[in-house]
Structure formats: C-alpha cells, structure tokens
Design a protein around this ligand. Structure first.
Ligand SMILES: Nc1ncnc2c1ncn2[C@@H]1O[C@H](COP(=O)(O)OP(=O)(O)O)[C@@H](O)[C@H]1O
Ligand code: SF4
Ligand SMILES: [Mg+2]
Length: 368
C-alpha cells in the first residue's frame, strides 16, 4: 500500500543542523542492508553453551517501502531489530547503510547512524521514562541530533505529525497520564525527532487496545509515505503484515524461511510454517477482524517439540518432513523472481530441483 511520494521532516529539519540532512534516496538500491547476520548469546559460561538467535539473516529495506518480519515468539525478530538499530553488534555479518558498511560502537558515524535508524518498541510505557514529560522526551532527541535548544514549535510539530492534538494538551503530560495509544504516538514522535530515514517498528500495536491498533498502523503508514521512510514492521500477525507491508519475510528459529510480496505470500503461502501461521490467523482476508480481535495468534500455533541441531529446524512440526529434512538444512532458494523459500519439499517439487535458482542465480544472490 505504499507509494514513493516523499518529503523531508521539514519543520523538525529547521531545528536540526543541515549536515546530517535527510536527503531522500530515490534510487532503487536498498537503503539498509543486513547481510548474513549471525547472533549467538552465551547462556552458560560453565557449560560453554549458547543460543543461536540468528543464523545467516539477510534483510533489505528500501526508501518508502515496508518489509514485514513475521514469526512466532522466540524466532529472533527483536534480535535483528536491535542489531539493525545499532544497539547490539552481530556475532558476524555486515550492516550496510546507504552503501557503506556501518561500523558500530566508537566509530565516527555511530551517532549519525543511530539517529537515522530509529526504533519503536512494543511497550510504549516501558520505552518512556515515567518521571519525564512528553516535552522532555521530544526535546532530548531534538537536542542530541540537532540544535542545542529545541524550540517549542518543533515539539508541537512532532505532536501534530503523530496526531497528538492540540499539542499543548500533551507536551506537559507524563506518560502515565496518557492512554496506551497516545503513549505509542509519543514514542513514534520521539523517534521522528531524530529525523530518521529508517523506522524499525517492533510489534508496535500488539500491546495496544484492539480498538486503536488500526489507527496506529495507519499513522505509521502515513508517516512512511510522507517522509519516504524505509520501514521494518515486526509482527506475529501475518494478516496485519499483508495489510501493511510491501514484502513479507517469514522467520523461524533465526532463519528466514519464506520471502516474497505481501500479497503472494499471504494468498499463496509455500512454506509449511507460513501455511501454519496463516491457518492460525482468525481470518487473513479480514485484517479488521484480526486487529479487533484480542486473540493472540502465537498461542494457537502448536508448541514446538524441540529444535534439532541439524537439518530443517521446522522438521519436528512439519507434516511434509522427509529423511532429507533431518539431515540437510534447506537453503533459501528462488522459485520465481520475487519468491524465495527454504524448504526441500517446495523447492524440489515447484520447479524441479535443477531449475530452482540457487544463490547467485537469475533470481539474484540471496541466502537468508
Ligand atoms: N540477551 C539475550 N540473552 C540470551 N538469549 C537471548 C537474548 N536475547 C534474545 N535471546 C534469545 O534469542 C532468541 C530470539 O529472541 P528474540 O529476538 O527476542 O525473538 P522474538 O523477538 O522473535 O520473540 C530466543 O531464543 C531468546 O531467548
Ligand atoms: S525442509 Fe522438510 S521439514 Fe523443513 S519445512 Fe520443508 S518439508 Fe518441512
Ligand atoms: Mg520480540
């Protein structure tokens, strides 16, 4: 549902220095690229064990487009968001911003990168400091990323951007004095104050009252369009991904298992896990019913019966699992110019194994 109409964060830009101006990339190349990202967390030093949260994830975010990252709890969605936001370093792999490798921590461009790639969290209450007013939350990023003394007008303008109107009613309020939806709008305004080019929205509506989820998604979509933001929309709700995103990446246990246009992935899912997510959705054709429903899709997906160390990680839950799946980890392979699937059953039957485009084939180089 995106278009490429674009403008800059005008009023806010007057508050900020021109040196890090939001010049819009209109080219086709992705603005933010995560390339072969791995992330392991040490769980026990004594037993030398770790959890592999991400295993070779590739993501590309482009100007004015929304990519949805969909998967159950524990699949690694927030981990990749934190890495993209520069909050954590990957164990291996590269992040490229505007064609340059982003070197985190201590590097000269770290602050600049952090302002351009902003995050909106699931829980607006936890992400706002209860002892400070909304004005304080907005003035901080304005000051850090721009002028020393942010004007009241710039703060009012941010409120208006997220439809906290009239701004005078909200700027002096503390987070606990706002509703959940108003808090999330304030958190979005704070992210905009840094004049981002990329917005990473990690389950931005899942903790909100069902009646206002659609409003907040529509707000994000209008901001995406107005400022040509590249957006990552993280969710466990594949129906909302269909409504909101241009492209869907389905993630399972740290691996992208299906990638394609939002419409084709939801209308014609290929990977057994994507099918499971869609079957578990109340009504994928009716986003409104999903957003109005308090039912949590995660809870209705069968519980995993363990994750194997080798082979396909989905095998214990997969109705199509075969011998090969226990031995060999399926690669993400192209089955058409826009579609990639990591599943032996699909890639060997769809086009015949030989004609499936492997990494670097005509469908482009990709492995996730
Ligand atoms: N700081 C951490 N320390 C140890 N394990 C972590 C940490 N952060 C995430 N994990 C693990 O990484 C996996 C992915 O987590 P997460 O990215 O939060 O998934 P999601 O956002 O999809 O629910 C989970 O197994 C989680 O327990
Ligand atoms: S590779 Fe095998 S186990 Fe994995 S999803 Fe495909 S058929 Fe199922
Ligand atoms: Mg998460």
């Amino acid at each position: 549902m995106s278009n490429q109409e674009g403008t800059s964060l005008q009023g806010v830009s007057e508050q900020n220095n021109a040196d890090s101006s939001i010049e819009l990339s209109t080219g086709e190349s992705p603005l933010l690229i995560a390339r072969d990202i791995h992330k392991s967390y040490r769980t026990s030093r004594r037993h030398n064990t770790d959890v592999k949260a991400l295993r070779g994830v590739n993501i590309e975010l482009s100007v004015g487009k929304v990519v949805a990252l969909v998967g159950e709890s524990g699949s690694g969605k927030s981990t990749i968001a934190r890495i993209l936001a520069g909050q954590e370093a990957p164990t291996s792999g590269d992040i490229l911003f505007d064609g340059q490798v982003a070197n985190f921590r201590g590097s000269k461009n770290y602050r600049d990168y952090k302002s351009k790639v902003q995050m909106v969290f699931q829980d607006p209450f936890a992400s706002l400091n209860p002892i400070h007013t909304i004005a304080y939350h907005l003035s901080r990023p304005l000051a850090i990323h721009g002028s020393e003394k942010p004007s009241h007008e710039a703060m009012e303008e941010l409120c208006e951007m997220v439809r906290l109107v009239p701004p005078s009613r909200f700027l002096s309020k503390y987070p606990h004095e706002l509703s959940g939806g108003q808090r999330q709008r304030a958190a979005i305004a704070r992210a905009l104050a840094a004049r981002p080019r990329v917005l990473l929205a990690d389950e931005p509506v899942s903790m909100l009252d069902v009646s206002i989820r659609l409003e907040v998604l529509n707000l994000l979509d209008s901001l995406r369009s107005k400022f040509s933001l590249a957006m990552l929309y993280i969710t466990h709700d594949i129906a909302s991904a269909r409504y909101f995103a241009d492209e869907i990446l389905v993630m399972y246990k740290g691996v992208i298992v299906e990638k394609g246009g939002a419409e084709e992935v939801t209308q014609s899912p290929k990977h057994p896990y994507t099918k499971l997510l869609i079957d578990s959705s109340p009504d994928p054709d009716d986003l409104g019913s999903n957003l109005r429903s308090a039912r949590v899709i995660d809870a209705r997906v069968p519980v995993s019966s363990g994750t194997p160390d080798q082979g396909c990680r989905f095998a214990p839950r997969c109705p199509l699992a075969m011998d090969r799946c226990q031995r060999e980890d399926p690669s993400l392979l192209s089955i058409s110019s826009s579609r990639r699937i990591a599943c032996w059953a699909v890639t060997t039957s769809e086009s015949g194994e030989d004609s499936v485009l492997a990494e670097g084939g005509a469908g482009g180089s990709f492995r996730g």
